[in-house]
Design a protein around this ligand. Structure first.
Ligand SMILES: Cc1ncc(COP(=O)(O)O)c(C=O)c1O
Length: 487
């Protein structure tokens, strides 16, 4: 399968070592290689079987376009390099990403940040290790604990009760946690929160260094930070050992594509992490997704990308200012004494639950927002949004607040996140693999949960295997009629 590698790479591929780091003109080697791949087709007898779109359902081909099918391929073929181990042009693209993000090593991933969290847990923790984790972590961190058998020592972030969301995680709570248990071997925090609340990672990192414990920051929602001085500082610049970025969420790459960075001064063994990724990651990574990561990196590093980020910030500021003038609209902002990423806008409208507001926007105004909770809605000011789109949203909010939309009881009944400290009875792994039964949720009070209950978005846990189910959890389980509990 690599028979033509020499010729092809010699003639057609730009070598990373020779190529200048011309970020400003958007140098993207994988994009360039894929263009050449498209324009110089081989006669292919390999996967994917549709063979550049020749074997697909017509309507699907016309829906996504033959160009997309033409470049739908995986690594190893046509001299595009391999992901694990990273070779060829894929390696070049990853190196450029490491350069752009300021890491020692950056891995491209096609299984989202989920695969990054799983691999970090698999590589760096082992049975009965104690890991200090912010309770607002994504469920993939917890899945990692189930795989490895490590035990979370939960750190409760602050609560923003008026908004029914988690706030920041502070260094003082972390210090108490580390002082309370000298066996803790790793700290794992999520920053920013899904709603954009930012923790002081420099202070957290300082505490970690003091206790000589490495730090992972799940910065899934903060991949733009590295490219703007106005946005918060990336954990890669604050002393974290590993940082996870969902480029596909806000960075402009395609859905499911993410990056995992190992920072320059990281204490982690990169080979262990790579090995875990190799075991967990698909063996057929989509070149389309990998190329989109290279393209996103090139774009964000370019002056055009910088302008797009500035626009996203300006639009967010504009929207925040205008929304604050609408009677009945309240926006989570710095007056609420919280530091946040201003491109993530959490707001509520008096008299309407977030869920009801979401459905009004969707049904009556054809506006789709990022998510809704019982209290409010989350709006993202993205690099792909225009000011005009924010005007459409503002006009809708003005109409809604001037009308008499009633909230609906069935939507009010939905609750989002309990924000309570869990009552842990046994480790997630032990509970997950114990004998269980499925029972009605009303009968589950007082029983020990045997499954991960973490609705997406934001994928934060309501209940985890090994935690005691209480009456307080029921309002948050409206999507469940039955639950797995331990026998
Ligand atoms: C904080 C956080 N980490 C990780 C993930 C998983 O990311 P992905 O959807 O890219 O797998 C999410 C997803 O929402 C998340 O919010």
């Amino acid at each position: 399968m690599n028979m033509k590698m020499k010729n092809y790479s010699d003639k057609n591929l730009i070598s990373f070592k020779e190529a200048p780091l011309k970020f400003d003109n958007g140098y993207a080697p994988l994009v360039e290689a894929m263009r050449r791949y498209k324009e110089n087709p081989c006669t292919g007898f390999h996967i994917p079987g549709h063979n550049r779109g020749q074997g697909v359902y017509d309507d699907f081909a016309s829906l996504i376009g033959i160009d997309a099918l033409n470049i739908d391929t995986t690594d190893e073929f046509d001299n595009l390099g391999t992901l694990f181990p990273s070779t060829g042009v894929i390696d070049e693209a990853q190196r450029l990403a490491a350069e752009a993000f300021g890491s020692k090593r950056t891995f491209f991933l096609t299984g989202g940040s989920t695969i990054a969290n799983l691999a970090l847990a698999f590589a760096l923790t082992k049975p009965n290790d104690k890991i200090a984790i912010g309770r607002n972590c994504h469920r993939s961190v917890l899945s990692g604990m189930i795989i490895s058998g490590a035990n979370p020592n939960w750190i409760m972030p602050k609560k923003l009760d008026d908004w029914a969301i988690y706030g920041s995680l502070d260094a003082i709570s972390l210090r108490k946690c580390l002082e309370g248990d000298p066996d803790i071997s790793l700290v794992w925090v999520t920053n920013p929160t899904y709603e954009g609340v930012v923790s002081d990672i420099e202070a957290i990192s300082h505490v970690c260094h003091e206790f000589n414990v490495p730090l992972i920051v799940d910065e899934a929602h903060g991949c733009l930070w590295n490219f703007s001085d106005i946005l918060p500082k990336s954990a890669l610049k604050c002393g974290a050992d590993a940082v996870v970025h969902s480029l596909h969420k806000t960075g402009g790459s395609m859905t499911q594509s993410s990056m995992l960075h190992i920072s320059k001064n990281s204490k982690f063994d990169i080979h262990k992490v790579e090995h875990a990724l190799k075991l967990l990651h698909t063996t057929s990574p989509s070149l389309l997704l990998l190329t989109s990561l290279d393209a996103a990196r090139a774009y964000l590093s370019s002056s055009k990308g910088a302008q797009a980020i500035n626009n996203a910030i300006d639009n967010a500021l504009y929207f925040r200012g205008e929304a604050a003038k609408i009677d009945g609209v309240r926006v989570l902002n710095s007056k609420s004494n919280v530091r946040f990423d201003i491109t993530k806008i959490f707001l509520k409208v008096d008299g309407l639950s977030g869920k009801r507001l979401e459905s009004i926007l969707e049904l009556d105004f054809q506006i789709e927002i990022e998510s809704a909770s019982d209290e409010g809605i989350l709006i993202l000011s993205n690099i792909g949004n225009t000011k005009e789109e924010f005007d459409v949203l503002l006009a809708a909010l003005r109409k809604i607040t001037a009308s008499n939309y009633p909230d609906l009881a069935y939507l009010e009944g939905i609750k989002f996140m309990p924000l309570t400290a869990p009552k842990v009875v046994m480790s997630p792994r032990e509970a997950y693999f114990s004998k269980k039964e499925r029972i009605k949720k009303e009968d589950a009070i007082g029983r020990v949960c045997a499954e991960v209950i973490a609705l997406c978005p934001p994928g934060i846990s309501v209940l985890l295997p090994g935690e005691l189910i209480g009456e307080e959890h029921l309002p948050y389980l409206s999507d469940f009629s039955e639950i797995d509990v331990l026998l």
